[in-house]
Ligand binder design. Sequence first.
Ligand code: ZN
Length: 459
Amino acid sequence: MTPVHCLHADHALVEGVWRTDVRVAVGEDGRILRVDCEVPPQPGDQPLRDRVLLPAPANLHSHAFQRAMAGRTERRHAQRDSFWSWREQMYRFVGRMTPDDLRAVAAFAYMEMLETGFAAVAEFHYLHHAPDGQPYANPASMSAAILAAAGDAGIGLTHLPVLYQRGGLAGEAVEGGQRRFAHTLDDYAALIARLLSQWQHAPADCGLGVAPHSLRAVDAEGLCMAAALLPDAPVHLHIAEQQAEVDAVLAATGQRPLAYLLDRVEVDHRWCLVHATHLDDAELAALARSGATVGLAPITEANLGDGLFPAVEALELGQRWGVGSDSNVRIDLAGELRTLEYGQRLMRQARCVLADAQRSTGRLLFDQACAGGAAALGRRSGAIAVGHWADLLTLDRHAVDLCGVDGDAWLDAWVFAAATPTVAEVWSAGRQMVSAGRHRDRDALTRAYRQTLQRMTRA
Ligand code: ZN
C-alpha cells in the first residue's frame, strides 16, 4: 500500500522515546505505515513546525448524554447531597432525550473530546429505550444515534451497550428513569446480535464490546452471559465507585465487589473495571494479577464525591489504568490527569506522587492514559508505531507555558500549567479533525447542540 499522507514534526514521542525530525506515513486505511526519525521533510509532507507530535489517547469511559447536564446539578437538594441524589436528577433529565437529541449531544461531546486530545472514546451506553421504557421500533435506535454522532465528530468509537437487569442487589424491579436502561438477558443478546450486523457497515476503527452495568444492576448469570457474548471484545463494568455500593454488595453477598466478581467470572485483559475506587489491599493485588485495566474518571469522581483510587499502591503493582470523561461535566484530557495527581497529593501531603525514577509526573500520567485507553477500547493505538491507528495530537510549542522546556517537561507544562489551548492538531485513525485547536465542524455541531439543549430545557 502506498502512503497517502505524510506528517513531518520537529519533535515526537516515538515508542516512548523523544525524537527529532520525525516523518510519519499514514496509509489510506488510517494506520501508521512507516515512522522515520532524524530525517528531513520531503515534498508534499504536512509540516508540523513548532509542534510536539504525540500519540492521542483514548477516552475509556463516557456517558455522552450526560454532557447536556454539565454544570446544571450543582444546587444542593438534600442536607447531604451525594452521588445518589445526583443520580435522581440524572434520571429525571434523561426522561426527555430522543435519539436525535442524543446524536446532537453526543456529537458535541465527541467534538470536545477531540479538541482536548482524545482520538477515540469508549461509550458506556445505557440509554436504550423510549421515555416510557418501551423499546423503540428499532431497539438499537439509540446505539445508531451514538454511531452517527461518532461519525459526525470523526472520533474513533468502541461502543459498549450496557446490560441493566434490575434495580438493585435484591433483584428489585427497575423503576422510573431506570426503565429506559433495562433488558432481559434474551433481549440483550438480541441487541448485541443486531448491532454486530449493523457494525459491518461502521468505519473500520469503530468497535463493539459489552458492558454489564454494575454489580447492583447485573446478577452473576448476567455477568457470565454478557462476557461470553463477544468472546474477544472489551468488557467494561462499574466496579466500586461509592462506599455505599461496596457496603451493599458486602451485605448482599458476603464479599467485597472485586472479590465477588473474580469468584464468578474470568477477568482478564479484555476487562476494564471503571471506578476501582474502593479496593482493599487483597483486591488491588488480585486486580493487578488479572491483567484488567482500571478506568479512572478523576474529574467526575471529584464532582460526584466518589473517593480516591489508591494509585500509588496500584502503580507499585504494575497496574494499568487509563482515564475517561465519564459524566462529561468537563471534557479535558489534561485536566483528568492533573486531577488524578492532585487527588493523590492532597491525600498524601506530597508532591510529584505519580512519577518514577525515569519519568516526570506529566509523562507517567500521559503514558498510562495511552496504554490504558488502548487496552480498554481494544484499539491498536497509544503509540506512534507501525500498524497502530494514526491517533495523533500535537502540542503547540508557541503556547507560552511550553516556552523554554523540552522532553517530559512539555507534558508537565501541558498537564499542570497551560491555561491557553495547547493542543493544536488531532487526528483519529488518520482523519484530521482538529486544526489550530478547533474542530473542523465546530460551528455546525455547536449550533445543533444549542438547539437541542434549548428544546430539552423548555420541555
Ligand atoms: Zn460511568
